[in-house]
Design a binder for this molecule. Structure first.
Ligand code: GRF
Length: 214
């Protein structure tokens, strides 16, 4: 079974969704380790409650990003990790991690990439006035929020929405997308072909966007 390592920095609701799907048997993978770069965050408690080993590696203890990544690589390798899942991890990763886990690092972003890269994507979407936003799971490459896209899910935005309501709606999609993407990887069904990701056997059925008339 695929061994997954999850990197977090905070509340870890995506981590929780993944743990829940492993617990109910709908995600057939083993979560070998959860690493946080911040001590005391809720995500660490979620992992511990699920019986998953945790480790804190504080980025502040390292002079360079590359040194921090080398420590991550060492820890992830010791835990036998084969797929690295970034779940609200707030550090930029470098070639040190990407080189050690080539095509084996994935991320979730709370917008329909390539729209609204970077921080506060939900706020960017609301302020821009888009009618549709969503979430994207993608392979990580050297550029931020840029690698080949695995799955996307959409949600409607209407003029009465706030950043909070959109964030909550997008999170529901995130919590369905991320376990589904991990399962596809675990089943060996993802093939990167340039910018595109071929999903062998077809992409899983995801709920359609709840588009409303305006
Ligand atoms: C999510 O919105 C995710 O898309 C982004 O960071 C947030 C993490 O939330 N990368 P959580 O810690 O999983 O609750």
């Amino acid at each position: 079974m695929l061994t997954v390592g999850i990197l977090i920095s905070g509340s870890g609701t995506n981590l929780q969704a993944i743990l829940d799907r492993v617990a109910d048997g709908s995600l057939r993978a083993r979560i070998g380790l959860v690493v946080s770069n911040r001590p005391g965050v809720l995500g660490l408690e979620r992992a511990a409650a699920a019986g998953v080993p945790t480790q804190v590696i504080e980025h502040r203890g390292y002079a360079r990003r590359e040194d921090f990544d080398a420590a991550l690589v060492d820890t992830l390798r010791r835990a036998g990790v084969e797929l690295v899942v970034l779940a609200g991890f707030d550090r930029l990763i470098t070639r040190v991690l990407l080189g050690a886990f080539r095509d084996r690092v994935i991320n979730i972003h709370p917008a329909l990439l390539p729209a609204f890269k970077g921080l506060h994507a939900q706020r960017q979407a609301v302020e821009y006035g888009v009618r549709v936003t969503g979430a994207t799971v993608h392979f990580v490459d050297e550029d931020v929020d840029h690698g080949p896209i695995i799955l996307q899910g959409a949600v409607a935005v209407d003029p009465d929405d706030t950043v909070d309501t959109v964030t909550a709606r997008v999170l529901e999609v995130e919590h369905r997308l991320y376990p589904a993407a991990i399962q596809l990887f675990a089943d060996g069904r993802l093939e990167i072909a340039g910018r595109r990701v071929r999903v062998h056997g077809g992409a899983p059925a995801l709920p359609p966007p709840q588009l409303r008339p305006w």
